[in-house]
Design a protein around this ligand. Structure first.
Ligand code: GLN
Length: 198
């Protein structure tokens, strides 16, 4: 059995849980730092990254989350979760968890396109992957070792760096669970290989 946590300070927690849940996966809504210890993988959901960061600080999650990521256990960030994972955020002095070597721009699709849906090609996930964008960020630039796995209109919207996975949209708001299955496979693989092998 794999144990996958969803950081439950704010955002679309239940929706992620529903996508991840399965015969080999137990989902844990993570509200306390100690719960990180039992996990094989972690999802950082969408929401509002500034609010989420405030709550991360309030409940002393910042260092434990970084430590979790350092063990080599897979982390998957969607939308605001992607912002939390980026090393650089355009217009801000520093990142939050700073896990992935990439620069993101918040709310990058403009007001008139606050929210929309699209079908994307995602490397190793499939074609026509349904994606919901809500005040979505964009990945402006990726560094070495970061693989771009999906683009929308030439803009980068999903990337992977080793055991870190991030997308600027909300796969949890659709019935298409392939993106989550891809992450579950990453978690299973990492557990097999051992946590220190990144
Ligand atoms: N615009 C939000 C932010 O900057 C992200 C939106 C989302 O997660 N749907 O944090």
């Amino acid at each position: 059995m794999l144990k996958i946590g969803v950081l439950a300070l704010q955002g679309a927690v239940r929706e992620h849980a529903a996508c991840l849940q399965g015969p080999e996966v137990e989902v844990i809504a993570v509200k306390k730092v100690e719960q990180l210890d039992e996990l094989d993988g972690l999802v950082l959901p969408g929401g509002e990254s500034t609010t989420m960061r405030r709550l991360i600080d309030k409940y002393n999650f910042l260092e434990p989350l970084k430590a979790f990521a350092e063990t080599g256990k897979p982390v998957f960030g969607t939308c605001a979760g992607l912002i939390l994972m980026a090393k650089d955020i355009a217009g801000q002095p520093e990142g939050h968890l700073s896990l992935m070597n990439m620069t993101v721009e918040r709310n990058a699709f403009g007001r008139q396109r606050e929210s929309f849906e699209a079908d994307l090609i995602v490397t190793d996930v499939g074609e026509d992957v349904r994606a919901v964008f809500i005040r979505a960020p964009l990945i402006k630039e990726v560094g070495e070792n970061v693989e771009v796995i999906s683009k929308f209109n030439d803009e980068i919207v999903a990337a992977r760096e080793g055991r870190f996975l991030a997308c600027s949209f909300h796969p949890e708001l659709t019935d298409d669970h392939r993106f989550h299955q891809y992450f579950v496979d990453m978690v299973a693989q990492a557990k097999l290989e051992g946590v220190k092998f990144v």
